[in-house]
Design a protein around this ligand. Structure first.
Ligand SMILES: Cc1cc2nc3c(=O)[nH]c(=O)nc-3n(C[C@H](O)[C@H](O)[C@H](O)COP(=O)(O)OP(=O)(O)OC[C@H]3O[C@@H](n4cnc5c(N)ncnc54)[C@H](O)[C@@H]3O)c2cc1C
Length: 477
């Protein structure tokens, strides 16, 4: 594996392809007809930017626009309020493009919270990283050698992994092999590291053990998971993510909801898109859906290179249930956190696990009862407490996916086709928008904020792209 590609922040989407020839080449003033496939942040961002100069049609398969920006209206106890079930939080430090977009759209944000709690059924253990009181919410954790070993190993791993990430000598082994070789405690592995990683990647802990160490450490470093000081203030969109989605949609001329793109024909003359309504012609197409969905649209017409690159990214399918059942939160109310990792009985690698987002902690809600989004819950919430079910898919960033990201510039802009999506980076909202900014730039449209954010991006790359759901040992100490 080429570890040098892993040391850098995601550049695949921003990599400018050599030799691409958009239809406007030779006539930079020409207004193109551009189809954008997918109405998540990558598609919305692409469409909004490109519409500054071109004629854009946005196609969205679902019956709402937003993709993982999915706000629903919840009614409880006679009150109604918007609740986000997908994209929830961002910060000013490592989401420079998103913050700049929100400024352009005059979208307001409010403070959010990113705390992590863990609740295992067997052994009976619960803790959260918010402060001393939650760390030792079970007083016997103070006298539990395994728990204290876990705390010591958190400090050790953060220190050693930071050094490893900076050195050029990353051992070529899996995360599981590394933890065993370095004799990290089972408690550190099973009560902290794997739950945290599984919550971030939304995948089973067994999958995490097989991750290449270099990928894992690089990701943690770039996401600020190895640092315990100087954390960013997390924010959430006031009124829910739909506030920004509706502002963008309001500024676009042609948005087709519930219109899946079924196929595409690309030739020197242009692009023909097929939907249930028929076939339409465009000059260029931006695929802003997941890479496997793009491949399905391209079908047999995909080039060998497209098949290789887009096909290398795997997806983890996750069921998300929106509900009000506290049975899917830690047993001790004190341990309730913004992100809660829950595991049932069974051996560490086999037991069922799920993650519950306590939305009341993440967004200002007027409700007394807990409003929860549980990913892959292993017990069903009570029927009278279930509000809605959603199906989401997350990209899995393994060795193949990372190699595919690095190779993306080879197909970007070729054959009148552009590729955007959070999958081109680390899977977060900023990655989706950053990829849209890159695609728009490739088609001759600079983001209004491109000068300021280019500088901020460089700074974020130096500091690491941070996601702060780590246990706050500083506050806990
Ligand atoms: C539960 C959950 C919580 C999350 N929380 C956060 C968070 O707090 N912060 C953060 O930064 N990130 C978060 N994420 C990550 C999130 O996935 C990304 O931030 C980002 O929203 C993904 O954007 P995207 O545009 O790449 O893909 P998507 O939002 O998935 O959009 C792709 C769109 O393409 C459409 N589509 C697919 N096929 C077709 C077709 N054939 N024709 C037309 N349209 C099609 C889909 O319907 C979809 O709307 C979360 C994700 C989930 C699931």
């Amino acid at each position: 594996m080429n570890t040098s590609t892993l040391q850098t922040p995601p550049t695949a989407a921003t990599g400018h392809p050599g030799g691409r020839t958009p239809a406007s080449a030779g006539n930079p003033g020409r207004r193109l007809r551009i189809a954008v496939v997918g109405g998540g942040i990558a598609g919305l961002g692409s469409a909004w930017l490109l519409a500054q100069r071109h004629q854009v049609t946005l196609f969205e398969a679902a019956d709402y626009v937003g993709g993982h920006s999915n706000t629903v209206e919840v009614e409880l106890g006679g009150q109604s309020h918007p609740v986000d079930t997908g994209f929830l939080v961002f910060n000013r430090r490592t989401y420079p493009n998103l913050c700049a977009l929100f400024e352009q759209l005059a979208v307001a944000s409010v403070p959010s919270e990113m705390t992590f709690g863990l609740s295992l059924e067997s052994p009976d253990i619960e803790w959260a990283g918010s402060d001393l009181g939650t760390l030792f919410a079970q007083p016997r954790n103070l006298a539990r050698p395994g728990f204290l070993a876990m705390l010591r190993d958190i400090w050790r791993f953060n220190r050693v992994a930071s050094r490893l990430a900076e050195s050029a000598q990353m051992p070529a082994m899996s995360l599981g092999e590394y933890l065993a070789a370095e004799r990290y405690s089972a408690e550190f592995r099973d009560w902290y590291l794997l739950p945290m990683a599984a919550a971030i990647w939304s995948c089973p802990t067994g999958t995490m053990l097989a991750y290449p160490l270099a990928t894992f450490v690089s990701f943690c470093r770039n996401h600020g998971l190895l640092q315990i000081t100087d954390r960013p203030q997390w924010l959430t969109v006031q009124g829910g993510a739909r506030s920004y989605v509706s502002k963008i949609v309001g500024q676009l001329d042609d948005v087709r909801v519930a219109t899946p793109v079924l196929g595409v024909e690309r030739s020197a003359a242009g692009v023909k898109l097929r939907t249930r309504a028929g076939v339409e012609s465009f000059d260029e197409v931006v695929f802003a859906c997941h890479s496997d969905q793009t491949l399905a649209i391209l079908g047999a017409k995909a080039s060998a290179e497209e098949r290789r690159i887009l096909g290398a990214v795997g997806y983890q399918h996750n069921v998300a249930l929106l509900h009000t059942d506290a049975a899917l939160l830690p047993r001790r109310r004190k341990v309730w956190s913004a992100w809660n990792y829950l595991a049932g009985a069974g051996a560490a690698d086999e037991r069922p696990v799920s993650v519950s987002y306590l939305i009341n902690r993440l967004q200002p809600l007027p409700f007394e009862v807990p409003v929860v989004v549980s990913l892959n819950p292993f017990i069903e919430p009570a029927a009278d407490k279930l509000i809605q079910r959603f199906d989401y898919a997350h990209p899995v960033f393994d060795e193949d996916a990372i190699a595919a990201q690095a190779a993306l510039p080879r197909i970007q802009g070729r054959n009148r086709s552009w590729f955007a999506g959070a999958w081109t980076g680390y899977g977060f909202h900023e990655d989706g928008l950053r990829s849209a900014v890159a695609v728009a730039a490739g088609l001759g449209v600079a983001a209004p904020w491109s000068n300021t954010v280019a500088r901020a991006d460089g700074l974020a790359a130096q500091q690491g792209h941070e996601v702060d759901i780590d246990v706050d040992l500083r506050r806990a100490a």
